[in-house]
Design a protein around this ligand. Sequence first.
Ligand SMILES: NC(=O)c1ccc[n+]([C@@H]2O[C@H](COP(=O)([O-])OP(=O)(O)OC[C@H]3O[C@@H](n4cnc5c(N)ncnc54)[C@H](O)[C@@H]3O)[C@@H](O)[C@H]2O)c1
Length: 252
Amino acid sequence: MRLKGKTAIVTGGGAGIGEAIALAFGREGARVVIADRDASRGEAVAGAVQRMGGDSLFGLCDVGSTDSVTEMVATTVSRLGKPEILVNNAAIQLIGQDSRVHDVSENAWDRTMNVNLKGTWRCMRSVIPHMLGQGGSIVNIASPTGMLGVAPGYSAYSSSKGGVFGLSRVAAAEYARDGIRVNAVVPGTTITPLIEDMLNDDATRRSLEAKSPMGRLGTPADVAGIAVFLASDEASYCTGGVYMADGGMTAV
Ligand SMILES: NC(=O)c1ccc[n+]([C@@H]2O[C@H](COP(=O)([O-])OP(=O)(O)OC[C@H]3O[C@@H](n4cnc5c(N)ncnc54)[C@H](O)[C@@H]3O)[C@@H](O)[C@H]2O)c1
């Protein structure tokens, strides 16, 4: 078991990629906090980890709220111990509201930034004090849209994910000597509730599949393996990196 004895927080652990990461962490022996704003999905994933014999709890949390993040981290520390692993995975993509730069509303821009970028910072700010002195691993889930212009019409989402790369790198430099590693993971187009409306359109789905060098879309389990590696001591010299789990999407 590669994460035995470690306490991990997975934000957005109730669905999609976060769920797959939480389950993989549970299989690898971590104590896992599922931090999600969706109670029924979060409880279900925590229950699934427990049925595998793992220690897990659901922490109701909106990463868009400082009070909510503070409370979730305090609950983690008191119930499962100081976190050694934090996966910042929760994010929103406001399909139908996010838009080109001159069209996007300030409200859609602010909501996206508040959850995707500021939420990542909020969770890091709350967790890092507990990692100082013991070390830890932070895995931030970014996106190809933050690196390449592959998502025209999603200016807020793409910018928020671009910010996640910057935040990950500066934090990697700031905490390297404290034994806290910070890395970014880049999923490709992955079949999850986040983009199900987009994928319900057959033409869009076929075009996304065609753009993938592997000729298929990703699954949440395709992304979980790299998160386990980065969270584990096997990645002891890996920090400030960007790791693709995108079927080759960003290679072409
Ligand atoms: N699916 C893709 O194609 C894709 C591609 C690249 C990057 N990503 C990134 O991967 C990560 C996971 O995406 P997904 O597709 O699994 O998403 P999803 O929408 O399927 O699941 C996200 C989970 O996060 C939770 N969540 C949303 N807002 C929250 C908040 N404010 N506080 C707490 N929890 C919140 C939701 O309840 C849900 O359980 C995101 O960071 C996303 O940007 C996804």
